[in-house]
Design a binder for this molecule. Structure first.
Ligand code: HEC
Ligand SMILES: [Cu+2]
Length: 368
């Protein structure tokens, strides 16, 4: 911790602001956990469980394809654990049983060549194991891929960009970014979401471990996958294919909502952008800068598609693909210098003066 701290201290402040803040938050959190662990161990474990269940975790499936993958993983883990125990057990037995003892001569023991029984068994048994693993894996892959899309499935087009996610809901005419909203699915009312995966530039990979496996987004190719979350909540994911400098900050947030809440969200997203006369100056600044070439705000001259749609920017909890919370201060700092949070992000610093920056931020803050 101290070493990391001193290395960071020697870097320029603008580069380390976020890191230092995050590492001190981490230290504070660790201290807090340690205190809780000592005083109330039961509490500690329930918190630990909460933290694990809310992390991108392949061991806490909450959606049909993720359950299939989890069962397969446990099966593979059980077989490989069995192999490990047999091999390590035999090795340990041999090492102990045939160790060098006092009085042994230093000669090599007689060597045994060509035992058909032994050679056959260590060929046939592994081949059988590999066959079983292969066939069960293929079965699970086909089962997940060939599930028929029900008529009431929700369709979302996911487009990977360096370094953010575009989500389009063609049926509802909604476009949003980085935070995917889907309905919860139940046995009485199954409502899976089918994702059509595209890429605007390089390859990316959509991975929300609690909901499904990984599927790549490849330029000039259409891939598909589906998710079916069983419980309302936030599911975290991550681009899983190295796509450039800020690949690690290309996070995914999936909000699974009750059908009623989801319908409410759809209604809200379908509204045109708020036109608040009190921030007309900020809007004018937005419209006379290059912002409009890269961003869309429905109902204005801004129709760019290189960056996230900002029509309902303030309905999102985070900006820059889950990198920082969507607060007024972060928003202002982002526009001032995107590299402050995401060095190498493809939005340029627009070199606005403080007055314009404030007016622009006030305008963006009205885009609920
Ligand atoms: C050259 C294209 C380009 C220009 C010009 C541009 N942006 Fe961006 N903007 C982007 C890209 C790309 C992102 C996504 C960055 C990322 O997350 O990696 C982005 C992200 C954003 C975000 C965060 C959105 C979110 O939901 O994460 C805001 C807010 C934003 N831009 C506002 C502006 C404003 C205001 C201007 C004008 C002063 C502007 N942008 C100019 C390309 C651009
Ligand atoms: Cu990516």
């Amino acid at each position: 911790m101290h070493e990391v701290g001193s290395t960071l201290a020697s870097l320029p402040a603008s580069r380390t602001g976020g890191l230092l803040r995050r590492s001190s938050v981490l230290t504070a959190h660790l201290r807090f956990c340690a205190a809780v662990a000592v005083t109330r161990p039961g509490n500690y474990f329930s918190r630990l469980y909460q933290a694990i269940a809310h992390s991108p975790n392949i061991f806490a499936p909450a959606s049909a394809p993720a359950h299939d993958i989890f069962r397969l993983s446990m099966f593979v883990l059980a077989i490989t654990a069995g192999i490990f125990l047999v091999v390590a057990g035999l090795l340990l037995y041999v090492v102990v049983r045939y160790r060098q003892r006092a009085g042994d001569d230093a000669l090599e023991p007689p060597q045994v060549y060509g035992s058909n029984q032994i050679e056959l068994s260590w060929t046939v048994i592994p081949v059988l194991i590999v066959m079983v693993l292969f066939l069960t894996t293929v079965r699970v892959i086909l089962e997940i891929e060939h599930t028929r899309e029900p008529a009431n499935a929700l369709n979302v087009v996911v487009i990977g960009h360096q370094f953010w996610w575009e989500f389009r809901y063609p049926k509802y005419g909604i476009v949003t970014a980085n935070e995917l909203h889907v309905p919860v699915s139940s046995a009485e009312n199954p409502m899976p979401t089918y994702l059509k995966l595209l890429s605007a530039d390089v390859n990316h990979s959509f991975w929300v471990p609690r909901l499904a496996g990984k599927t790549d987004l490849i330029a000039n190719r259409v891939n598909t996958m589906w998710i079916q979350p069983e419980a309302a909540g936030l599911y975290l994911g991550q681009c899983a294919e190295y796509c450039g400098l800020q690949h690690a900050h290309m996070l995914i947030r999936v909000y699974a909502q009750s059908p009623a809440d989801f319908a409410k969200w759809v209604k809200q997203q379908q509204k045109p952008a708020v036109q608040d006369p009190s921030v007309a100056e900020g809007r004018a600044i937005f419209e006379r800068n290059a912002c409009i070439n890269c961003h869309t705000i429905a109902g204005t001259v801004a129709t760019g598609r290189f960056g996230p749609d900002l029509t309902h920017l303030m309905s999102r909890a985070t900006i820059a693909s889950g990198t920082v919370p969507n607060t007024p201060a972060n928003l202002r700092n982002w526009i001032k210098d995107p590299d402050h949070f995401k060095p190498g992000a493809l939005m340029p610093a627009m070199k606005l003066d403080n007055h314009d920056l404030n007016a622009l931020t006030s305008y963006l803050l009205t885009l609920r």
